[in-house]
Design a protein around this ligand. Sequence first.
Ligand code: ZN
Length: 279
Amino acid sequence: MRDLSRDNRYLSINTATFGGQWDLTRIVDGLGRHGIPGISPWRDQVQALGLRESVRLVKDHGLVVTGLCRGGMFTALDRAGLAKALDDNRRAVDEAAALGARCLVLVVGGLIPHSRDVIAARALVREGIAALLPHARAAGVPLAIEPLHPMYAADRACINTLAQANDICDELGEGMGVAIDVYHTWWDPALAAEIARAGKGGRILAFHISDWLVPTTDLLYDRGMMGDGVIDLPGLRSLVEENGFDGFCEVEIFSRDNWWKRPPDEILATVSERFRTVC
Ligand code: ZN
């Protein structure tokens, strides 16, 4: 396991962590002030600034784009809407390529509207990813399926375990990988085995960190700062690293009533300190 206690060399921030308080330009300035070399932007922030200007910004600051958030949502419309979803996903791949992102994160989508059929949703997701993959391969952008905690199966992602994500990677092959988010996966009894399986295929493309608070008061907006909850962060980091992951730890905290209300510089200072002491 790498010693990350001395510096921020492998630290990245997902821009959602600021809760919209800063635009991309201010975020990049903030990362510079706090010596944080990695960023994972959301597409709306990139689009607000403009793709070309965003590319220039991250390159000028020498930032590593550890992922672009996000593609996916293959089930958001319905089967007929898949073509539209795919168009948007192809644009996301192109944006990721322009930014030099290490992967495009896929939050795959929940149930098809007006449907109770989670099996059909999963089939549509698989079909959507398979249809997107040739474009991603041609652009050199790996696709990272992010399994989400089962509480999001209805509305955000019907891929809920690393095993499911690994199955799709096995089936589709080259160009596929996974984003392992501790918040979504820490509880899974098969996690160690599935991390090993992902590692064997060289498929661990991203590692997202935050913490699980007890009690959790909101399904979406109550993620904790590392160290404030119950996730064994060093244990999980050592698992991914033992299985070949040597990339960045990407902090991603959705915290509407706590961190998003704090000054972004305080968020960055706390993230840096916790990263070195807790993770
Ligand atoms: Zn994540």
